[in-house]
Design a protein around this ligand. Structure first.
Ligand SMILES: Cc1ncc(COP(=O)(O)O)c(C=O)c1O
Length: 426
């Protein structure tokens, strides 16, 4: 029996489902979960000694790869000075100044400890600022695991076949309205009906939790216009997008200014962090200035802050984005060419340094399209890739991430392995 299997058996005795986050159980790819002992650069080592080229990058935060010197140094330097004080630190001011400088949509920012906390706070802030209750979200967008957004959510909830979670009361989600992603008319209809009651729209500006779905032309622009017309707020959930496509937010790229931006992942460089930012007028509704309560024992934790600054500063100084994109495009186009030659239905979608190979003959536009895809094909692809030492996100409905430690050789290895895996998917 492998060491991973032994550990999973032990884990199942003491951890629900043997995992601390559901997708790690590998349920949607019909595979045995693996356990990692260490990782460096683009390589993760399993407890069984297998060296895997990692294309998941801890679900996005590790844009500089595993344990880069700049991060381990920042962690060590911060840790010896104390791990938490529960009192203000210079680092918190520095990281806030850095975020405000890099993201024109943000004038003030509050730190929390996860992306979930960021979106949860953003909704409360939007409701507090507008005095309204309803929130519009999009089918298949995932904003973390707090109650009001666990309606038609993506990510792990897509693959478990649960459209919303047990334990969420009807009254909590009664104020959550839903539209298909990229459906401008549906948004207009919802606003015609509920416009004066809607506090905010929350959206992943590039959707990543149904696999990669890019916003169609005019979609985000419509969200901006319609929220302004109805005195509602626009929330961009940039937990994945923040510092992923440029040294700032996706709002820098699309030139649409949301009222509130949620962030996480990269801005903590692999340590727990989240952030909510926006205009000073909106943000000043937060306690202690305003009436919207929000707090956290470990918010602005000095080690996470030091790591976040180190990562963001490296991204600003080195601008790795064009090279990251080149590598993601090489894989995505390589997959599409290969599949075409083999007569396999596959459409790999790519934007910047992220991509998703959909086992479908056309790129999906929304959750309904995504749900037509036969996920068994991705499961077989995943398993074959894993056997060939390539680690992919363990679900069809997630993003693969390129990091700065992926070399041309890693990209070639991915494509060589895919050449074998694609022959096994039917
Ligand atoms: C777009 C988006 N928002 C929010 C979250 C929740 O972040 P966290 O897992 O840090 O709570 C995620 C997590 O993957 C996400 O992808």
């Amino acid at each position: 029996m492998t060491k991973s299997k032994q550990l999973f058996n032990r884990a199942c005795q003491v951890i629900p489902g043997g995992v601390n986050s559901p997708v790690r159980a590998f349920g949607s790819v019909d595979a045995e979960p693996i356990f990692i002992s260490s990782a460096k650069d683009a390589i993760m080592q399993t407890v069984d000694g297998q060296n895997l080229i990692d294309f998941c990058s801890s679900w996005g935060p590790l844009i500089l790869g595993h344990a880069p010197d700049v991060i381990t140094k920042a962690i060590n330097d911060a840790a010896v000075k104390g791990t938490s004080y529960g009192v203000n630190t210079p680092g918190e001011v520095e990281i806030a100044e850095l975020i405000v400088k890099q993201i024109p949509a943000i004038e003030k920012v509050r730190l929390v400890s996860s992306g979930t906390e960021a979106t949860m706070t953003a909704l409360r802030l939007a409701r507090g600022a507008t005095g309204r209750n309803k929130i519009l979200k999009f089918d298949g967008c995932y904003h973390g695991h707090h109650d009001s957004l666990l309606v038609s959510a993506g990510s792990g909830l897509l693959t478990t076949g649960t459209s919303s979670s047990a334990g969420v009361s009807d009254t909590v989600v009664a104020d959550t309205l839903l539209c298909p992603y990229n459906d401008i008319n549906a948004v207009k209809e919802i606003f015609n009906k509920y416009g004066s009651e809607i506090a905010a729209i929350i959206v992943e500006p590039v959707a990543g939790n149904m696999g990669l779905i890019k916003p169609i032309e005019g979609f985000l622009e419509t969200l901006r216009t319609i929220t302004k017309q109805n005195n509602a707020l626009l929330i961009f959930d940039e937990v994945i997008c923040g510092f992923r496509f440029c040294a700032g937010a996706y709002s820098n790229i699309c030139n649409i200014k949301p009222d509130i931006t949620c962030m996480g992942k990269i801005i903590g460089g692999g340590l727990p962090i989240g952030a909510i930012g926006g205009s000073a007028t909106v943000m000043d509704n937060l306690s202690p200035l305003g009436a919207v309560y929000q707090a956290g024992t470990l918010s602005g934790n000095p080690i996470a802050v030091a790591t976040g600054i180190a990562v963001m500063q490296t991204l600003i100084d080195t601008n790795p984005y064009p090279k990251l994109e080149e590598k993601a495009r090489a894989i995505s186009e390589g997959l599409n060419d290969m599949a075409k030659k083999k007569g396999i239905e596959l459409c790999s979608e790519q934007y910047g340094s992220v991509f998703t190979p959909f086992f479908s003959n056309k790129a999906p536009n929304n959750l309904k399209d995504v749900q037509k895809i036969d996920t068994k094909k991705y499961a077989r692809f995943f398993t074959s890739m894993l056997k060939q030492n390539i680690y992919l996100p363990p679900s069809q409905f997630e993003l693969a991430f390129i990091n700065t430690k992926h070399t041309d050789e890693h990209i070639e290895k991915y494509l060589e392995a895919a050449n074998v895996a694609l022959d096994l998917i039917n």
